[in-house]
Design a binder for this molecule. Sequence first.
Ligand code: IPM
Ligand code: MN
Length: 354
Amino acid sequence: MSKTYKIAVIGGDGTGPEVIREGLKVINAVSKVSGFKYETINFPCGGERYLKTGDIITDTELKDLRKADAIYLGAIGHPDVKPGILEHGILLRLRFELDQYINLRPVKLYPNVYTPLRDKGPDEIDFVVVRENTEGLYVGNGGFFKKGTPDEVATQLMINTRKGVERCIRYAFEFTRKRNQEKKLTLCAKTNVLTYAHDLWWRAFNEVGEEYSDIKRDYAHVDATCMWMVKNPEWFDVIVTTNMFGDIITDLGAMIQGGMGIAAGGNINPEGVSMFEPIGGSAPKYTGQGVINPLAAISAGQMMLETLGETNAAQRIEKAVIAVLQKHLKSLSAGKMGYSTSEVGDLVAKYAVE
Ligand code: IPM
Ligand code: MN
């Protein structure tokens, strides 16, 4: 008997639930032809509930989330909740508690998708960012001294552990090998300024790299990485980087691959429960209008199935997304697609089972 996957669903805020609904529609369609079974469990975490009850993630929910095979997340962020509360309470908390130490963000331009880079197309824009996801500037180690006075001091320490850095780098080498394209891994850091923290990264990169003689090692400072991502994106195959740098360069990456409507990512614990999400926000102003683009969420669903080992289903979804982009969508922007959110979901579901 085949396994029934337990998929925890956190629609979240704003347009999150709308795009996740389309992702689940597509997953349901491919499950029938690819032959896998799954059940979904809904978690009502998000701004609405927080405003009503004060709960962000309850202990019971966290226990249940730990038992899931994967988590499918829509978006976090509510206009009436102070910035930071939900981001820390839901997104970052889950990344940390579930030790999702990799944030995997493909930057792939599909045919017929607008990129602001003149003279660059799908052949040039196709790389993957492996972002460290549980350390660095995100650990929340810091504080205020004399807050609110002219003598105020604020600190926020960047934590890099050898173990955390090494496991991320090792994952990136393995990923580059498996991806099997240029077999080139670029370390993106800032070794000329962060002479302690990124010296650790540099040494770990080269030491681990010795075990991967088939992978070419490459290095770029983060500022130069931004430059090359715009000028020569074809130079990249896989980039491995720190939590904060990865956050920043993947927004740039999302823009060159067509915008937030298409960019998906996975928060991965290779030994545990991983969580998949469109990387854009909750887009509150579009909530409930049926105009938001669900493709990023659908592609996050594809990454989820790929990670669960449902390669055939994942490939079907990617082919269907490409077909919809080539044959249908006028634009990837909300309200300008020429189709409603659910019509886009219907189209992807239709091509995915062909
Ligand atoms: C992302 C987001 C988050 C991050 C925020 C919402 C905390 O920007 O997933 O890239 O900084 O990691
Ligand atoms: Mn970000």
